[in-house]
Every structure is written in structure tokens, then in C-alpha cells.
Design a binder for this molecule. Structure first.
Ligand code: AMP
Ligand code: TRP
Length: 325
């Protein structure tokens, strides 16, 4: 199956990104044709520092590989290095209903946040994402729950295009993990864990052991004492249980049983120990890769070349269908 996904380079990769996206990518690359992108053109729609962007991109390439993305199995590249993404995005704009764009949850949130200086890039963001996906005739898009709506819109856009110009794109499907599709903030467990929030609200994929212990011990919990999974009534504890479940491989029920009769402090202590252990390999691999910058850059260069070949072939087809050549 053809698979495409991406993560924005700004901010620090956290366990939400890992569980929602990266962990699935690593599993899927074994038996599928995978393309994993660092979506810098998406990141620039929100305020950012141009001087830091290149470092952040390289850091994300290292993060992908440290988490287990294997460049021998998957194509890894930077979005802006393949011009066809922006080219296709424009063409897809012409079949995308503005009403659909303005109904996107992520857009509405950003519109509120950047009320005074809202740029058109934020509205058109999902069209670029549709272009990313459709350029590679993608069939499956492994993402976290927050991106489901964007993948749905991609399907709408692909269908509209096919109807208007003839069968061109495959209709892709989102692929969400059973648990971990929406990891919540450690500080505000009713909100998703987000790169743009303060560091104590997330566990970075490469956080050092003492930082992990501290962040987990300060995680907001709920009233009461029982360790029960109930996201509505006990969002804090449920989030910790979900994280424990995916990192331990135990079902939520089994984790509940394990902590039956124990207190919140026990759960936190054991969760911190589990995370310290499970993230150890990532930290080690990242440190190794940090010494091999030239190699990582070469991977990105080769990845862009391979992606470009596919992207160019799709663009030929699209332009022909649209009467542009
Ligand atoms: P972003 O950080 O917005 O570039 O997101 C990259 C990927 O991580 C996307 O597939 C998101 O759906 C996923 N993701 C982001 N935050 C979370 C979260 N809190 N829980 C699960 N998945 C997430
Ligand atoms: N919009 C996604 C996010 O914010 C990132 C993204 C851009 C993406 N293009 C994509 C994800 C294509 C999957 C497929 O997380």
C-alpha cells in the first residue's frame, strides 16, 4: 500500500506525535511503500523564526530516524524541496470549497488565536496537505485524531477533482492507532498534547530521565483516588493510563488491574520509570545521529530526489487532465 504522512518541523516532537504518527510509520514501513515528509511549508503559516528553521528541519529528520524510520525502507524528505507540492496545491484550490476550509476545527482554533493577523495560508493549509497526500497517489495516511478532518477533506477534494477532470487520484484513508490517537496535555488534560504549548505539558521524545520524572510527577490529575479509565470524568488519570497502556503493550483494563488499590503517586512513579526505559533507545540514537549531520542531510537530499520523480509524474497527468499541457 502507498503511504504518506508528515510532521511540522517547528516545536519539539513529543510522545503524542510518536503515538499518533511516528510509531505507526515505523510499523507500516515494513510492508508498504512509505513516504515521510517534514512539512516546512505548513509550519511557516504560523509565526516562526526563519533563522532557526533549517536547524529545526534537521532535528526532525534526526527525530524520525531515531524513532525508527528507516531511510532504506522509506522515503524521507523536506516538503519545500519538491516544488510540485505548492504547484498542485494551487490547482487543487480551484476545486476546494471555501466553506469546507472555514469549517475546519484547526482553522477555527487558529483563527481565534491569530484574530488580529490571520493569514490566508492558515485557511488554505488543508489544500496543501491534500496536495502532499494526492501527489503520491497515497492510499493510507497514518495520523493522529486531530488530522482526521483534514484527511476527510482531502478525500472530498480528490473526489471532486476526479469527477471534474477524470479518474486521477486514489481516495486515501486515514489510519489512526486504536489507543494514542489523541494524547492529552499533562497540564490541561482536556486539551490535546501540543508542541506549541509549554514544555511541562508534554513529554519530549528525547527528554532526559530526570525531566520525564519531574513532568510526570507534576502532571495534573483528578479528584478522587481510584485509578479508572474514564476520559470524561477523569481526563488526567485516563491520559496517564493510556500512555502507560501503549508504552507497556498492556490493555487499559490490564493496567487498571495492575494499579487496583494503588494511589495516583504509584501510577505516576511507574509511568515515569516506563517512559525513561522506553525512550532510552531514542535518546541514544538521536545522540549518535547528531554526530552524523552530513549523512542525515544526504538522506534528505536523496529522499527529495526520489519523491520528485513520483511527484513530477503525477503533475504531468494532472496538468494534462486540466488542459494545462
Ligand atoms: P504536528 O505536531 O501538528 O505536526 O502533528 C504531527 C502528527 O502528530 C500528526 O499526525 C498529528 O495528528 C499527530 N499528533 C499531534 N499531536 C498529537 C497528540 N496529542 N496525540 C496524538 N497524535 C498527535
Ligand atoms: N497537517 C499535519 C499536522 O499539522 C501535518 C501534515 C502536512 C500532514 N501534510 C500532511 C500529515 C500530509 C499527513 C499527511 O499535523
Amino acid at each position: 500500500m502507498k503511504i504518506f504522512s508528515g510532521i511540522q518541523p517547528t516545536g519539539q516532537i513529543h510522545i503524542g506525535n510518536y503515538l499518533g504518527a511516528l510509531k505507526q510509520w515505523v510499523e507500516l514501513q515494513e510492508k508498504n511503500e512509505c513516504i515521510f515528509c517534514i512539512v516546512d511549508l505548513h509550519a511557516i503559516a504560523s509565526p516562526y523564526d526563519p533563522k532557526k528553521l533549517q536547524d529545526l528541519i534537521l532535528e526532525k529528520a534526526i527525530a524520525y530516524m531515531a524513532a525508527g524510520v528507516d531511510p532504506a525502507k522509506s522515503i524521507v524528505f523536506v516538503q519545500s524541496e519538491v516544488k510540485e507540492h505548492t504547484e498542485l496545491a494551487w490547482l487543487l484550490n480551484t476545486v476546494t470549497p471555501v466553506g469546507d476550509l472555514s469549517r475546519m476545527t484547526q482553522y477555527k482554533e487558529k483563527a481565534k488565536k491569530f484574530e488580529k493577523n490571520l493569514n490566508a495560508g492558515l485557511l488554505n493549509y488543508p489544500v496543501l496537505m491534500a496536495a502532499d497526500i494526492l501527489l503520491y497517489k497515497t492510499e493510507m495516511v497514518p495520523v493522529g485524531e486531530d488530522q482526521l478532518q483534514h484527511v476527510e477533506l482531502t478525500r472530498t477534494i480528490a473526489k471532486k477533482f476526479n469527477l471534474r477532470f477524470g479518474e486521477t487520484f486514489k481516495i486515501p484513508e486515514a489510519h489512526l492507532p486504536k489507543i494514542g490517537a489523541k494524547i492529552m496535555s499533562l497540564q490541561k488534560p482536556e486539551k490535546k498534547m501540543s508542541k506549541s504549548d509549554s514544555p511541562e505539558s508534554f513529554i519530549g521524545l528525547f527528554d532526559e530521565p530526570e525531566i520525564i520524572r519531574e513532568k510526570i510527577s507534576r502532571a495534573v490529575t483528578d479528584a478522587g483516588k481510584s485509578i479508572k479509565y474514564n476520559p470524561k470524568l477523569k481526563p488526567g488519570i485516563s491520559n496517564l493510563l493510556a500512555i502507560y497502556s501503549v508504552f507497556s503493550g498492556l490493555q487499559i483494563k490490564e493496567v487498571e488491574k495492575k494499579f487496583h488499590g494503588k494511589g495516583y503517586a504509584d501510577l505516576k512513579k511507574q509511568l515515569a520509570a516506563l517512559l525513561v526505559l522506553k525512550l532510552e533507545t531514542f535518546r541514544r540514537k538521536r545522540k549518535e545521529l547528531l554526530q552524523r549531520e552530513v549523512y542525515v542531510k544526504e538522506i534528505l537530499k536523496q529522499g527529495a530526489k526520489r519523491a520528485e520523480v513520483i511527484a513530477q509524474s503525477t503533475m504531468q497527468d494532472v496538468k494534462k487532465k486540466m488542459g494545462l499541457i
